[in-house]
Design a protein around this ligand. Structure first.
Ligand SMILES: Cc1cc2nc3c(=O)[nH]c(=O)nc-3n(C[C@H](O)[C@H](O)[C@H](O)COP(=O)(O)OP(=O)(O)OC[C@H]3O[C@@H](n4cnc5c(N)ncnc54)[C@H](O)[C@@H]3O)c2cc1C
Length: 443
């Protein structure tokens, strides 16, 4: 059993801390490591793709799960895949897409581990059709604080299941996963990009898109105000029988590693205006499904000062009004988001600490600079006034009072945590920020 002292940080570089780190190589090692955990508890970490403090535990222990990446079985009849939690989404796609299978959720990045994606209950740009990853999970094995392994699903130990899914590692370690891969209807998708002039046009267009497109995401020009408020570029895609054009030459996919200054440029109104204007009014192309997936992985930006992410879900009824208010604030204050994207969601999430509601999920990235924290807290208040839920999965600024207001199943989550980990052996910077009560666990 080896422990290493390491400085770890969240993907957004806003949070970091020194921890004792272990890297189990077999699932049987998990319980052995748990026996050695000291008074500041332990939390699992996958690819450390969450932006803030979700996989950090300063002064405590972190269990890195990436070495547990064995595929245990795959049933080509049913699509059932049983694998360890350190397998990445990209690996699953690379292995099973050639056999005609796909993951339920089309997330923006494939770098995340399956365990991390379940613990965050990720949604994708097909959220209006397929909902969150948890829906395709048949069962998970969870190693609890006392070292025992319990199987949980929507039918068996459902309270544990709903608390672990989206629970950010605060109940136990996911050690094995059974997930159903879907039969991919076609090999290619027809991708369409079109400009949307303002929020009214967006609302009308999205009503139709919800029924027709398989995938949908909307880039928002947050600098536009007045009549152009909410303008942007809508990207939709649907599976198609059409083949790739014979003349198509596709460049091999390279990952561009860019300095943080690029993000700074992306938040300038001029850049946004150009992006909007330079996009054709309407453009369609045929792409292989695997090329279309994981759009965020083509570019990796290293922000020197850090990035905050604010992801908020709104119901269908409240969404348009809430979005109008938030975008008006952004346009008037000229606080540029370096990324603003909207996806549709089909139904309320099943997980106690999940944010998604049937309606809209909007996601903003902001460059860290003076005064931004206060501004984002102000947006969190606006979200609460519209019964929105700020997603905990990448957030750095939520406070306990926000959770009480936004998460109607919070009590159920806290009760499950008290039941399965009364001593709070599983804890993290995130856990202490939002659920700091008396710390009872001692070695
Ligand atoms: C470029 C990029 C694109 C993204 N796109 C999307 C998107 O499209 N949709 C979306 O919903 N999110 C998205 N996210 C957020 C990201 O997918 C989630 O935060 C995801 O959890 C990260 O997975 P990870 O393996 O990196 O987990 P980590 O960040 O390492 O951990 C995330 C949480 O999971 C817990 N955890 C990890 N492994 C386990 C385990 N085995 N058992 C128990 N708990 C565990 C950790 O304790 C932590 O609380 C994106 C993030 C980035 C950086």
């Amino acid at each position: 059993m080896h422990w290493y002292e390491m400085k770890l940080s969240g993907r957004g570089q806003t949070n970091s801390g020194i921890s004792q780190v272990c890297r189990p190589e077999r699932t049987a090692d998990i319980a052995k490591y748990l026996e050695q955990v000291g008074k500041n508890g332990i939390v699992a970490s996958g690819s450390a793709g969450s932006y803030a403090d979700q996989a950090l535990n300063a002064g405590g222990a972190v269990m890195q799960m990436k070495r547990l990446d064995c595929i245990r079985s795959f049933d080509a009849q049913t699509g059932e895949l049983v694998c360890e939690p350190g397998v990445t989404l990209k690996t699953i796609t690379e292995l099973f897409a050639p056999q005609g299978f796909m993951l339920e959720t089309a997330s923006a990045s494939g770098q995340h581990t399956l365990g991390g994606a379940i613990a965050a209950n990720i949604i994708g740009c097909n959220g209006h059709k397929r909902m969150s990853l948890a829906k395709s999970v048949n069962w998970i094995d969870v190693v609890l604080a006392d070292g025992t392994t319990v199987r949980a699903s929507e039918k068996e130990n459902d309270t544990l299941f709903k608390a672990v899914v989206g629970g950010q590692g605060l109940l136990g370690i996911i050690s094995l996963v059974s997930i159903t891969l879907l039969k991919r209807p076609q090999e290619n998708v027809a991708v369409e990009k079109r400009r949307i002039a303002n929020l009214d046009e967006l609302a009308e267009t999205l009503k139709a898109v919800r029924k027709t497109a398989d995938f949908c995401s909307f880039w928002i020009d947050t600098s536009a105000g007045l009549d152009a408020l909410g303008r942007g570029i809508l990207k939709t895609a649907s599976f198609t029988k059409e083949t790739l054009p014979a003349s198509t030459f596709s460049f091999p996919k390279y990952k561009m590693i860019l300095p943080g200054i690029v993000l700074c440029l992306a938040s300038f109104p001029l850049f946004k205006r150009l992006r909007y204007r330079l996009t054709a009014t309407k453009k369609t192309k045929i792409e292989a499904y695997e090329n279309f997936l994981y759009s965020s992985d083509n570019v990796q930006v290293f922000p020197a000062k850090g990035i905050y992410q604010l992801q908020i879900s709104f119901s269908e009824a409240e969404g348009p009004q809430a979005l109008r208010r938030i975008l008006t604030e952004l346009a008037q204050t000229r606080i540029g988001a370096c990324r603003a994207e909207l996806v549709l969601t089909k139904e309320d999430t099943l997980s106690y600490l999940g944010a998604a509601l049937r309606g809209y999920t909007v996601c903003f990235d902001f460059f860290r600079r003076k005064g931004i924290e206060e501004f984002l807290k102000h947006l969190i208040v606006i979200a609460g006034e519209h019964n929105g839920r700020v997603s905990v999965q990448d957030d750095a600024l939520l406070e306990p009072r926000n959770l009480v207001l936004m998460y109607k199943n919070l009590e159920k989550f806290l009760k499950a945590r008290d039941t399965y980990d009364p001593q709070k052996k599983f804890d993290s910077d995130f856990g202490r920020r939002l659920f700091s009560g008396e710390k009872k666990y001692e070695q």
